[in-house]
Design a protein around this ligand. Structure first.
Ligand SMILES: CCCCCCCCCCCCCCCC(=O)SCCNC(=O)CCNC(=O)[C@H](O)C(C)(C)COP(=O)(O)OP(=O)(O)OC[C@H]1O[C@@H](n2cnc3c(N)ncnc32)[C@H](O)[C@@H]1OP(=O)(O)O
Ligand SMILES: O=C(CO)COP(=O)(O)O
Length: 626
């Protein structure tokens, strides 16, 4: 793959659709496909893989344990395990990849103006696949994510991955089976304490890694982020994929963080509505067919950045005592030690931070930040001026920005407004958020709901960029609330914010000092603050930036405050989680109508969930299972 062959752009990305638009869909689907597999891989079929799991010492041992705990006979447990495998296992076949390749080629060319992929990332991935088992770890914002990734792998002759998929997708008539044959393996939600299921799933995953069967792709966030902000990682699957390394069954494992960025997300309206309590449409083939009208729209460009493969071997050096694994025979289950759990958690959070680092932002993301601070509407000229100011700040903070070249700033702004016609409109030189079409609201609540949906849609695009600003913004808030200019005082408030918001913004556990230093040095290098040995102060010309950064966090702060207020004033001593989400919504709705609360984002169920998790973590509330 040479730069010229791929038509590489100045920033190392190339538009993979360019070539696709020049060739026929059919010849694309039937192209020769010759990936270079992992050197250590043995050639095994999907059914052999299942048999290996069923006949494994590990499963046999766990079944023995279950037999002792319950009265179920061995044969029955084996049958159960076999049925679980039938439900779970993938059955990857190239013919189905070609079929989907044909369909996806058509869809992508129609909905996206371009799909930019980083060329060096593909080259590194190709090498990594040949050397060690590879785990693909993308962020998850849309159903398009897994379709695009396999499409890229097929297009550039990279081994097709097997993908962990939530079980609802399996239930889709025909589509579920097509997905299975395109590499999806299905996992149940909320597995709980089902020992047999955990054993089958973890042995299945480990066998894929151990044999180098195919690259394994999974979504460490566990689901699509409804807010487009990173979610705190799930750890179960990461534990499973790392085990073959710790047990010495493979020399190393490469973890590849992947950052997928959309200029416009297909599910933008559905995601905002889910945050307001509208249930997710069930995954059915009928619903998919009905939703095909969304394919008539333009979703702008998308970027897929394949990050540097992370070597697990390099990472564990000096951190994990390998010897503990040598004490237990390889085939026996082993509960991860506390040290191991902390390592996996730190690693999972690091992966998400790496994904964030390579997200590509557009002018629209910055416009969304400004728009949310001007909900009454803003003159287009002022919006342009503020967006350009923010562009400079974001660049200083290390954001990856894609700003079209050879196009005037006003054109960049107007094309963003027109692409996002579902979120904003420009009338008489002023830009406003748009509310969904349909009959006018009958009640005040309906009016608030419509406004909140518009705000949450816009907020999701701000959220794509929020990781760039969180640390400096927390320093800005900490400086305003601290008792003095002393660094100690400011750091004290900063750590409180970091702890409080650590379900809201992904922070690597135990790195408060580094986070504080990062926030401070970004502000210092941008000329916003000055530091002496013991003090931090705002520079004269830094005030504007400090106010702006504080305003970014304001909707989050207000949302947390209003939930605290609800818990203190309104709720009885105990309440169920379900009651909590209904009651808190009507409590906030009243405050929004009365004008006591300003931010419509307070209605987001994601925020409510995060506040509860934070309070639980900080021992301010307790949770009991009834
Ligand atoms: C050319 C074109 C081609 C196109 C071709 C297209 C291809 C098209 C393919 C379609 C493909 C679709 C792809 C969709 C994409 C998704 O559907 S994303 C959603 C599915 N994927 C994932 O969720 C992956 C990440 N998830 C995880 O890692 C989760 O942890 C798991 C493993 C699913 C489990 O979920 P969970 O029950 O929420 O578990 P988790 O909170 O991690 O742990 C629960 C408890 O179990 C315990 N536990 C964990 N592991 C174990 C264990 N091994 N044993 C016992 N206990 C355990 C934990 O310690 C925890 O205990 P507590 O701390 O609660 O006491
Ligand atoms: O991630 C999934 C499929 O992409 C399934 O979970 P959600 O639909 O909840 O995001």
């Amino acid at each position: 793959m040479s730069a010229d062959a791929l038509g590489a752009e100045a920033d190392g990305f190339f538009d993979m659709l360019e070539e696709r638009r020049r060739s026929s869909d059919l010849s694309y689907a039937f192209r020769s496909f010759n990936p270079l597999p992992y050197r250590g891989a043995t050639d095994i079929s999907a059914s052999t893989l299942n048999r290996m799991v069923l006949e494994s010492q590990y499963l046999s041992y766990v079944i023995q344990e279950i037999m002792l705990e319950s009265d179920e006979p061995r044969e029955m447990l084996l049958e159960e395990a076999s049925a679980l495998l039938d439900e779970m296992s993938q059955n990857l076949q190239l013919g189905f990849i070609r079929l989907l390749g044909y369909a996806m080629n058509k869809v992508f060319k129609s909905v996206f103006s371009s799909i930019h992929v980083n060329e060096d990332g593909l080259t590194r991935l190709q090498q990594a696949i040949q050397e060690y088992p590879v785990i693909l770890l993308p962020n998850h914002r849309s159903y398009m994510d897994f379709l695009v990734l396999s499409y890229i792998m097929f297009t550039y002759d990279l081994s097709i991955p097997v993908i962990a998929a939530g079980i609802p997708l399996m239930g889709m008539k025909l589509i579920g089976e097509i997905f299975r044959r395109s590499g999806a393996f299905f996992i149940r939600r909320a597995i709980g304490s089902d020992k047999l299921y955990w054993a089958v799933l973890s042995e299945y995953v480990r066998t894929i890694v151990r044999t180098g069967y195919a690259p394994l792709e999974f979504y460490i966030e566990g689901l699509r982020s409804r807010t487009l902000k990173s979610l705190t990682p799930k750890l179960g699957m990461l534990h499973m994929v790392l085990e073959p390394f710790f047990k010495g069954e493979v020399f190393d494992i490469s973890l590849v963080p992947i950052s997928i960025s959309y200029e416009r997300v297909l599910e933008e309206s559905l995601l905002a509505h889910e945050l307001l309590g509208v249930p997710k449409p069930k995954e059915t083939t009928g619903a998919l067919l009905k939703a095909r009208t969304v394919l008539k729209e333009n979703y702008g460009c998308m970027h897929v950045f394949f990050g540097n493969p992370v070597s697990v071997r390099d990472l564990v050096k000096g951190k994990i005592n390998h010897r503990q694994y040598n004490l237990v025979p390889r085939d026996l289950p082993m509960k991860p030690s506390k040290e191991m759990q902390e390592f996996v958690s730190g690693l999972a959070h690091t992966i998400i931070r790496l994904q964030e680092r390579n997200v590509v932002l557009s002018a629209w993301n910055l416009m969304a930040v400004v728009l949310l601070q001007n909900l009454q509407g803003i003159d287009l000229d002022l919006l342009t001026q503020k967006t350009l100011w923010l562009r400079r700040l974001a660049q200083r903070f290390g954001a990856h920005l894609r700003w079209p070249e050879n196009v005037s700033d006003s054109e960049v702004m107007s094309s963003s407004v027109s692409l996002h016609h579902s979120v904003v409109r420009c009338e008489g030189g002023r830009v406003y958020l748009v509310e969904e079409e349909g009959p006018g609201p009958v009640t005040q609540e309906e009016g608030v709901f419509k406004q909140a949906a518009a705000v949450l849609m816009c907020a999701s695009y701000r959220n794509q960029a929020v990781h760039v600003f969180t640390r400096p913004a927390m320093v800005a808030v900490a400086m305003t609330t601290a008792a003095s200019h002393r660094t100690d005082d400011i750091f004290h408030n900063f750590t409180f914010l970091l702890e409080l918001f650590s379900n809201e913004f992904v922070v690597i556990p135990g790195q408060a000092v580094q986070d504080f230093e990062e926030g401070c040095s970004l502000l210092q290098e941008s000329g916003v603050i000055g530091r002496s040995d013991e003090e931090i102060y705002v520079k004269d010309n830094g005030q504007e930036t400090i106010i702006f950064l504080r305003a970014i966090l304001q909707p989050f702060i207000e949302s947390y405050q209003v939930v605290f207020r609800y818990l203190c004033e309104e709720s009885s001593q105990t309440l169920s989680e379900k009651m909590f989400s209904t009651n808190i919504r009507s409590f906030i709705m009243k405050l929004l109508i009365s004008g006591e609360v300003q931010s419509y984002e307070c209605l987001s169920s994601d925020l409510h969930k995060n506040v509860l998790s934070a309070l639980l973590r900080m021992d301010a509330v307790t949770k009991t299972k009834v």
